[in-house]
Design a protein around this ligand. Structure first.
Ligand code: BTN
Length: 270
């Protein structure tokens, strides 16, 4: 399916021309509806789409979340987009990209939108303890070198309490719910693309350790008791940080440090 330029009245009508001449966000593919921006961005990447290619949809019919879950969002209220990346890095660095993208989003929400955003490993952004954004990084390539990677972002922007299904009312929030006003999605997207590109270039320059420290400063987990569910097993301990691959380090009661590469993590309230 080919993308269409956004209609004149859309927030995204002049989006591409408002971006810098090169970098993240170009070329821009806009769709009123898609199955999943990640799926479309992967297809484009397989056909050779350059780094920075942006796929944005106003709604998705089969949005994907982590661990095979669905990502639901009412039309026109979220930012649903994916960016194609071609880092000259091995496959194991994909987790670093997730960290960089989540740090970029947390920075934008804090610095530009005045939100006390925190990062919940590996890919959630929370505001007031509720999920406001999820990231899904998917890749193709060989062990020693990625072909490409797609960073998909679902940010809840203008949803009201009435937009959430009952099971999400307690755990999800939107920027509008937190700020009390509707926000311009195009402006947030522009800010995010600039910040994501800035941090990504720092990663490529070898600054992962510094980025990880910045990430840790915004993590709601460091020093907290957590319960992790990994492949049907439950792990209890204190989250103490990240290792160089971006895995979460949890110190068990017996002092052993367990690496968690993927799984569901719950903060245990003290
Ligand atoms: C998660 O929290 O589990 C990750 C959710 C990621 C959702 C976004 S919405 C845009 C992009 N396209 C998808 O199909 N998924 C991501």
């Amino acid at each position: 399916m080919a993308s269409n330029p956004p209609a004149g009245g859309s927030e995204f009508a002049n989006f591409e021309s408002s971006l810098p001449n090169r970098g993240f966000g170009r070329p821009f593919h806009y769709f009123i509806t898609l199955e999943s921006t990640n799926s479309r961005a992967m297809e484009l990447a397989r056909q050779g789409a350059p780094e920075g290619t942006l796929v944005l949809a106003d709604s998705q019919t089969a949005g994907r979340g982590r661990l095979g879950r669905r990502w639901l969002s009412p039309a026109g209220k979220s930012l649903l987009f994916s960016v194609v990346l071609r880092p000259p890095l091995p496959a194991q660095s994909a987790a670093q990209i997730t960290l960089v993208m989540s740090l970029a989003m947390a920075n934008v929400l804090r610095q530009k939108n005045g939100l006390n955003a925190e990062i919940k490993w590996p890919n959630d952004i929370l505001a007031a303890g509720r999920k406001v954004c999820g990231l899904l990084v998917e890749m193709e390539g060989q062990l020693d070198r990625l072909d490409f990677l797609v960073a998909g972002v679902g940010l809840n922007v203008n949803q009201g309490l009435e937009d959430w299904p009952p099971e999400l009312k307690e755990t999800a929030t939107s920027l509008k719910q937190e700020a009390g006003v509707s926000l311009d999605r195009a402006e947030i997207l522009r800010d995010f693309l600039a910040e994501a590109e800035r941090l990504y270039l720092r990663l490529l320059k070898g600054e992962f350790s510094a980025l990880m420290r910045e990430w840790q400063a915004l993590s709601c987990m460091t020093g907290r008791q957590v319960r992790a569910r990994v492949a049907g097993r439950e792990i209890l301990g204190m989250a103490i940080g990240l290792d160089p691959d971006g895995a979460l380090q949890v110190r068990l009661d017996n002092g052993i440090i367990q690496r968690i590469v993927a799984g569901d993590i719950e903060l245990i309230r003290a």
